[in-house]
Design a protein around this ligand. Structure first.
Ligand code: ADP
Length: 257
């Protein structure tokens, strides 16, 4: 029996006439920590949304933990690239994380239970923000804000966590904290991380998928020139941490080692 957390078979997604994904086949094993890289517009966010059932797929199929995906599927935590809230909203960290416990179809007299409150507090603790739990979100640093969003994504106790560039606007120290947190979370859940960060690719993720509308590469988190050329359309320099230092060829130059 397959141990796949996610299985995508020949998935295509169009926005009107624009193809965002074409014939993508990708299997992510349970417990895996997968990084997804690719150029802007390469379909990375769309791939996450296809796993969440948030976009209509025009071909192929997506299964999560062996079940066909439909919108509102449980068991998946999602940290979107652009958080769906105004940073100036007068709401605290605790209240944001609690919203992760909201369930579809709640009635107007709904109140969070003691269990909701306790579980949210334990998540705030887990992401290292207990000292800030009553702080307004506009007073958080970029890294604290992202860790709060991760806590909210964990509120349904998911087996699969999807993150869309969580380190895009945080400083170096906060990036390291986020990667340490994700490594800890990966002990109990599958993680798919969309990133442009070479630190994540070279030192943290276990597998790598390179997406440029189609899946250009899926395998060990190592680059070679063919992969990069297929992904970005031209050679780029890459300096990797934790793997042998490599400098790829500039346009019209020989390889430098
Ligand atoms: P990435 O996350 O790799 O930057 P996206 O998945 O956001 O790529 O976008 C893939 C392609 O689909 C791009 O050409 C983008 O302009 C287009 N696209 C994304 N979302 C929409 C949308 N809601 N409506 C129309 N086109 C979209």
């Amino acid at each position: 029996m397959s141990n796949a957390a996610v299985r995508m078979d020949n998935v295509s997604v169009y926005y009107g006439q624009t193809p965002a994904l074409t014939d993508v086949c990708l299997e992510v094993q349970s417990g895996e920590y997968l990084g997804i890289i690719g150029p802007n517009g390469g379909g990375k966010s769309t791939l996450l949304k296809a796993i969440l059932g948030l976009v209509k797929i025009s071909g192929g199929s997506v299964e999560v933990f062996g079940r066909p995906v439909k919108s509102g599927i449980s068991g998946i935590g999602y940290v979107p690239q652009f958080a769906d809230m105004d940073k100036n909203t007068p709401i605290s960290v605790r209240e944001v994380v609690l919203t992760g416990r909201l369930r579809p179809g709640i009635n107007p007299f709904f109140r969070f239970s003691k269990e909701d409150e306790e579980f949210s507090c334990s998540l705030i603790d887990k992401v290292g923000l207990s000292h800030l739990k009553n702080r307004r979100i506009r007073e958080l640093s970029g890294g604290e804000y992202q860790r709060m969003l991760i806590a909210r994504a964990l509120a349904t106790n998911p087996g699969l966590l999807l993150l869309d560039e969580p380190t895009a606007s945080v400083d170096a120290a906060a990036r390291v904290q986020i990667y340490e947190l994700l490594e800890e979370l990966n002990k109990s859940m599958t993680i798919i991380l969309v990133t442009h960060d070479l630190l994540a690719i070279s030192s943290h993720v276990h597998r790598l998928a390179c997406l440029n509308r189609t899946l250009v590469y899926h395998g060990e988190p190592e680059f070679n020139e063919d992969v990069v050329n297929g992904l970005y359309g031209c050679p780029v320099d890459l300096i990797a941490h934790g793997v042998p230092h490599r400098v790829l060829r500039e346009h019209g130059e020989d390889v430098k080692e």
